[in-house]
Structure formats: structure tokens, C-alpha cells
Design a protein around this ligand. Structure first.
Ligand SMILES: [Zn+2]
Ligand SMILES: [Zn+2]
Length: 505
């Protein structure tokens, strides 16, 4: 349909006036008109009746590792197996359909579910799979088991114990294996992943690609495929090569370019030690190299994004940005910090003064925040309270988008929204409207696409999410977690619909 009306119960536009309407006119993938009771009596323009439902702007997930999420989607899932014997049998069937030397990669291995209550051993893998490299990723996603041929083919310095590799070694191994994934399989995984995103109301993804966790040339692959994708994907190229970025005509560099590590692996750089090991984490850059790189990219007019998690990591990054922006001021650079989990007050002030933007992952708080959970165990009660201080950040008027860091947490904006309004530290909670804005308008702004996306306004893309119930009328916050998405419209096309709820489309 080139031109059609949508009639809804309420359309929350998220424009600057926070207008609420009940009718939209969509024309050539754009919103051409909107208001109340717009439909003329004798019109022959088709009308889609969604008058039982609520409409919001399509969601934007501003931090997704798209190709690695897609690969994860196509790996063999071991979570339903109950014994090692069964697992071996299934993998043998797969082995017989694969040419020698092809990788067998499986995920969600969990000894707790198995009769044997133990890891599969390297010996077992070697005996059954002498001519196929095998990598079994454990449920914790921080460790895996590899066979001898796999080790040989990886050809990297890692040190397994009876095939078990952990943390950094595990990251290196899966990075290497992902680089050898069959491209046609990857494309399948991508389409599946993007469809799943559409089911969650997402119409745009910021894909952070390149570097050791993506297949080679994944930015090129995504650019080439973009017209086949159901939703929009904008690319952040995780490289320090400005040449590569420019060659592709991209204007964004970075993503999870690591200034420091992560809290769960005790590698985020912190100023007070971690409780379990008394360590201070790792910095991967020094001031000079970091500011030199930022200066060069800034001069080339690129938007820059860096991963910084711990207060020491954030400190280094904010000061490097400050140094460069002092030398070469620029109005609208929108340089980004990804995660920004443990900033202190001064960092927040400085980020605001420098007009930096943020991509935050509130759903980290859902999994690891709160009493007795991982953040408290690793950082202690006081510091854990300060993780992702949403209210303090919004108070300083910093534009912060929401993101999942998929596949670290699932692409599910309502999970992020719920986590944001339910911050374990009550003082840092934000309102539902602010949380939705993180995953709509702010996500557009920090990606330089706010002229086309992020709110429902005339001449913007018709990117919409249709909800069964009105989240602003929920009595219990928990209802947000179970909200039903009726349909998702991307550039005027239905890319998802719940066929139980929408029968007349
Ligand atoms: Zn990151
Ligand atoms: Zn990331």
C-alpha cells in the first residue's frame, strides 16, 4: 500500500510538544499527515483500523553486535539435552553432513542439566571428532571446550586445561571461529535475528561491527545486504583505520573499541579494587595514543564511539575527548561513550559540558544489579548503587540512547525500559516516558538520524510499534515485561504482526 490511514486509540508521537493523536496518514513510507479525526467521510484511501491499540515510535536499539548475535542464532543449541551421550550423538550426525575441517560449534552447554554432571572432555571430543574442529560454548558464555584439532587450527596462544578455555582465551577462540563461519549461513542468521528484533518493536539497529568478534568484512556484508533487511541497520565500524571507514563512505567510527574491559570479567578499569581479586582492571590505551586517534578521526569529521565501563576507563576517555575538543571545538560532533557504567559526578558533568552522547544498557541492571547480585559481589554495595546512574545523567541533560549490547543481553527494548524505571537504586530511576525516549528519539539523535526517525512527525519515516495495552496506564511496573506487541511497521511496511491480535490485515 502506497498510501493509507491508520486509526489508533492513542498515538504517542514523542515530538517536542509530546503531542498525542489518533490518526496517521502514511504515504510512500513516510508519515505525511497526523492529527485527530483526520479521515474524511467519503475517502477511498484504505484505512487500517487499530483503534483498540496504542502506537509509539519504532524502537531503536543503539548498541547491537549484529553479526555475532546472528552467529549465536545459528549455533547448535544444547540447552535441551540431558546427557553427554546424547550430545555426542547429535554432533556426530552433524559431523557426517559436514566436509572434513569444517567447524562444529555448539552453545548453551550446561553440566547441571546433564546426567553426568560434568564437562565434556577434550578426549571425548578428539575420539569422536578427529577430523572436525569442535568448540562447545558453555552456558555462562565466558568459557568453552575445544578439541585438539580446533586448537591446532586456531593457531593462537591460548592455554586450555583438558580442553576448557576461559575468559580472554575463550573470547579469542570464539572470535577466530566466528571469522570462519560460512557466509550463506550467516545471512540466514542475520535475517532471523532482524525478524526477532522486529517482533520486539525494533525498527532501527546501530550495528557495531568489525574487530575480532565479527566475521571479516562484516560492515561491507551488512551494507551490501541492507536493502533485503526488514528493518534499518546503521553501521559503526569498530576499527582504528580511518581509511577503511572512509572507503565505505561511513561517517561513524568505533563502537566497542575497548578503552577498558567489563565488570563481570574484572577487567573494567576501576579506581578502587574489585572485591574478589583486589585487582584494578585493565586500560587498553594511554592518554597520548587515545587522544591522537580521537584527534585524527575528529578532524576527518567522523563521529567517534568508544567502550568505557569503569571509572578509570571513563576518566581516561572523557579527558581524551576534552583535550581534543579544546584544541578543535566543533558544535555538533555527538561523540559517544558506550556503557558508561561507573562514572563519578565529575565525569557526568564533563560529559555534559563536552556535549558527548551516551549509549547505555539498562538491562545490565536487570541481570546483575540489585541486592546480592553480581555487581554487589564484585564491587560492594556502595559502588553497585552507582552503576548506570540514569537520573544523574538525565539531570545533566546528556542525550543517552538505550541499547542491549546483544548478544550480551537480548534485543528487547521493553526489558531495557523496565530496567530503567526500576533501577535497583531508587534515586537513579527515571520515568517511563524518559525510558521510552532513550529507546526512540535519543537513539535516533545519537546516531545522527533524528531527522528521519525517533518520533512520529510529518515527513519522518513511518516506523511504528503497535501495542495491545497502554504502558502509561499500567498499575504494576512488571506489566511492562509482558506487554504484547501487536505489530511493527518499518518505513510503512508491516514487518511483524501478531496474527492472534490482528486478523484484518
Ligand atoms: Zn562494549
Ligand atoms: Zn558492545
Amino acid at each position: 500500500m502506497k498510501k493509507y490511514f491508520i486509526k489508533a486509540k492513542k498515538i504517542y508521537t514523542f515530538d517536542h510538544q509530546k503531542s498525542i493523536y489518533d490518526t496517521l496518514l502514511i504515504e510512500n513510507n513516510k508519515i505525511s499527515d497526523l492529527g485527530n479525526n483526520l479521515i474524511p467521510k467519503d475517502t477511498d484511501i484504505p484505512i487500517i483500523d487499530l483503534s483498540d491499540y496504542i502506537i509509539l515510535p519504532g524502537f531503536i536499539d543503539s548498541h547491537v553486535h549484529l553479526t555475532s548475535t546472528a552467529i549465536n542464532e545459528i549455533l547448535i543449541d544444547l540447552s535441551n539435552f540431558t546427557s553427554i551421550k546424547e550430545i555426542v550423538k547429535a554432533l556426530e550426525a552433524l559431523r557426517d553432513s559436514l566436509p572434513e575441517g569444517d567447524w562444529i560449534v555448539a552453545k548453551e552447554f550446561d553440566p547441571v542439566n546433564l546426567e553426568e554432571k560434568r564437562n565434556i572432555t577434550q578426549e571425548e571430543l578428539d575420539k569422536n571428532f578427529p577430523k572436525h574442529p569442535v568448540l562447545i560454548i558453555r552456558k555462562d558464555s565466558h568459557s568453552s571446550i575445544i578439541n585438539s584439532l580446533g586448537m591446532k587450527l586456531l593457531d593462537v596462544e591460548i592455554f586450555p586445561e583438558n580442553g576448557l578455555i576461559k575468559e580472554r582465551d575463550h573470547q579469542i577462540a570464539i572470535g577466530k571461529v566466528y571469522q570462519n563461519i560460512d557466509p550463506s549461513l550467516l545471512v540466514k542468521g542475520l535475517i532471523k535475528t532482524l525478524k526477532k528484533a522486529a517482533e520486539k518493536g525494533i525498527t532501527t539497529i546501530h550495528a557495531l561491527e568489525g574487530g575480532y568478534t565479527s566475521p571479516p568484512n562484516s560492515p561491507q556484508l551488512l551494507l551490501g545486504l541492507s536493502q533485503y533487511f526488514p528493518i534499518d541497520v546503521i553501521i559503526y565500524y569498530q576499527t582504528t583505520s580511518i581509511k577503511k571507514v572512509k572507503e565505505l563512505g561511513l561517517r561513524r567510527i568505533g563502537g566497542c573499541l575497548l578503552v577498558d574491559g567489563s565488570i563481570s570479567t574484572l577487567t573494567a578499569a576501576v579506581s578502587e579494587p574489585y572485591l574478589p581479586n583486589q585487582g584494578y582492571g585493565v586500560l587498553f590505551w594511554d592518554m597520548e595514543t587515545l587522544s591522537n586517534f580521537i584527534r585524527t578521526a575528529h578532524k576527518e569529521d567522523l563521529q567517534i564511539a568508544f567502550h568505557a565501563v569503569g571509572d578509570r576507563g571513563i576518566d581516561l576517555l572523557v579527558r581524551a575527548y576534552q583535550k581534543v575538543l579544546k584544541e578543535i571545538p566543533k558544535e555538533d560532533h555527538r561523540h559517544r561513550i558506550e556503557h558508561f557504567e561507573l562514572p563519578n559526578k565529575e565525569h557526568i558533568k564533563l560529559a555534559s559540558q563536552l556535549n558527548l552522547t551516551l549509549s547505555l544498557q539498562p538491562s545490565f541492571l536487570y541481570f546483575w544489579g540489585g541486592e546480592g547480585k553480581l555487581y554487589e559481589q564484585l564491587l560492594g554495595k556502595e559502588r553497585a548503587k552507582r552503576i548506570i546512574p540514569l537520573r544523574s545523567i538525565l539531570k545533566e541533560e546528556i542525550t543517552a540512547g538505550g541499547g542491549s549490547d546483544s548478544s550480551v543481553t537480548p534485543m528487547d527494548p521493553f526489558l531495557g525500559i523496565y530496567s530503567a524505571i526500576n533501577h535497583p537504586n531508587e534515586e537513579e530511576r527515571i520515568t517511563l516516558e524518559e525510558a521510552i525516549k532513550m529507546f526512540t528519539y535519543n537513539g535516533a539523535y545519537i546516531g545522527f538520524i533524528e531527522k528521519e526517525k525517533g518520533s512520529i512527525e510529518r515527513n519522518k519515516d513511518a516506523d511504528l510499534v503497535i501495542l495491545e495495552k497502554n504502558p502509561f496506564e499500567f498499575r504494576e511496573k512488571e506489566e511492562i515485561l509482558n506487554i504484547k506487541i501487536v505489530a511493527t511497521i518499518s518505513r510503512g511496511r508491516f514487518v511483524y504482526k501478531d496474527t492472534n491480535l490482528v486478523t484484518n490485515l
